[in-house]
Design a protein around this ligand. Structure first.
Ligand code: NAD
Length: 246
C-alpha cells in the first residue's frame, strides 16, 4: 500500500496532537495544521515525516496555502480544530456565538471544501464532533449546535462524495482528559465524579480518540461511511441510571 498523507487541523495541541502522533507512528505523512505556529512546529518536530502548516480553518485562502505547502492532496483530512465558549447560550454575546459556529462548523466546511477539490477515490474526511452533537450540555453556549452541524455535514458529504469514492465520517468523543477539558479535570472532585459516571469507570484519553480515527481510515474501517463513532465509554446511554425507581 502506498504511504497515506493526512492533514490534521488543530494538531498543535490536545486531541489533534495525539491524532497526528498516532498517524505518524502508523507511517502516514502528516500535515500538522494549527493557528498557533509555535505549537504546530513543535509537534511536527517531534514526529517522523510530519510538516508544520500554519493556517486558520476559518479562512479559505489560508487553507489553500496550507494545502499547496503540503504538496500532494491529503488522503485523509481530520477536521479537529475547535473551540468552546462556556456560558448559557442565551446570555452570551452574539460575537461569541458566531465565533464558535465559525471555527467549529464553518471551519470544518471550509477545510473540507478546499481539500475535496484536490481529493480522489479512496480519500477520506473524519471530523471530530462531541457527544454534544446529540446531547446539549447546559452552559456550553453554541458548541452543541456547532457540533450537531458538523455531524450532519459529514453525513451529507458521505452521500454527495460517494460517486467519487470519497468517504466522510465523524468521531464523537465524550469526557476526554486532554486539550480544552484539562482545566475541568484539574478539579479532583469533578474528575472523580465524572469518571464514576462513565460505565467503563474512567475518563477518555486523547489516544482513545486517535485510535478511532486510525480505525476509520484503515482497511478494516473502509466500509464505514456517513457514520458517527462515539468514543465515550458508554456515558451517553446512562440517562435512565439516574432516574429513581420504586
Ligand atoms: P485544544 O484547545 O487542546 O486544541 C484545539 C487546537 O485547535 C489548538 O491547537 C488551537 O490552536 C487550534 N485551533 C483553534 N482555532 C483554530 C483555527 N481557527 N484554525 C486552526 N487551528 C485552530 O482542544 P482539544 O480538546 O484537543 O479539542 C480538539 C477537538 O476535539 C475539538 O474539535 C473539540 O471540540 C473536540 N472535543 C474535545 C473534547 C475534550 O474534552 N477535550 C471532547 C469532545 C470533543
Amino acid at each position: 500500500m502506498t504511504t497515506r498523507r493526512a492533514l490534521v487541523t488543530g494538531a498543535g495541541h490536545g486531541i489533534g496532537r495525539a491524532i497526528a502522533a498516532k498517524l505518524a507512528a502508523a507511517g502516514y505523512i502528516v500535515g500538522v495544521l494549527d493557528l498557533n505556529a509555535q505549537n504546530a512546529e513543535s509537534v511536527a518536530g517531534e514526529l517522523e515525516g510530519a510538516m508544520a502548516l500554519v493556517a486558520d480553518v476559518t479562512d479559505a485562502q489560508s487553507i489553500d496555502a496550507a494545502l499547496d505547502a503540503f504538496g500532494t492532496a491529503p488522503n485523509l483530512l481530520v477536521n479537529n480544530a475547535g473551540i468552546v465558549h462556556f456560558g448559557p447560550v442565551i446570555e452570551e454575546s452574539l460575537d461569541d456565538f458566531v465565533r464558535v459556529i465559525t471555527v467549529n462548523l464553518i471551519g470544518c466546511y471550509i477545510a473540507s471544501r478546499q481539500a475535496v477539490q484536490r481529493m480522489s477515490a479512496g480519500d477520506h474526511i473524519v471530523s471530530i464532533t462531541s457527544i454534544n452533537d446529540r446531547t446539549p450540555a447546559p452552559g456550553s453556549g453554541a458548541y452543541p449546535a456547532a457540533k450537531a452541524g458538523v455531524r450532519q455535514l459529514m453525513r451529507q458529504l458521505a452521500v454527495e462524495l460517494g460517486d467519487r469514492r470519497i468517504r466522510a465520517n465523524s468521531v464523537c468523543p465524550g469526557f476526554i482528559d486532554a486539550g480544552m477539558s484539562e482545566p475541568i479535570y484539574a478539579n479532583a472532585k469533578i474528575r472523580t465524579a465524572r469518571s464514576a459516571a462513565v460505565p467503563v469507570g474512567r475518563l477518555g484519553t486523547a489516544q482513545d480518540v486517535a485510535n478511532a480515527v486510525a480505525f476509520l481510515d484503515s482497511e478494516a474501517g473502509s466500509y464505514v461511511n456517513g457514520h458517527e463513532l462515539v468514543v465515550d465509554g458508554g456515558v451517553i446511554h446512562t440517562l435512565l441510571k439516574h432516574l429513581p425507581r420504586d
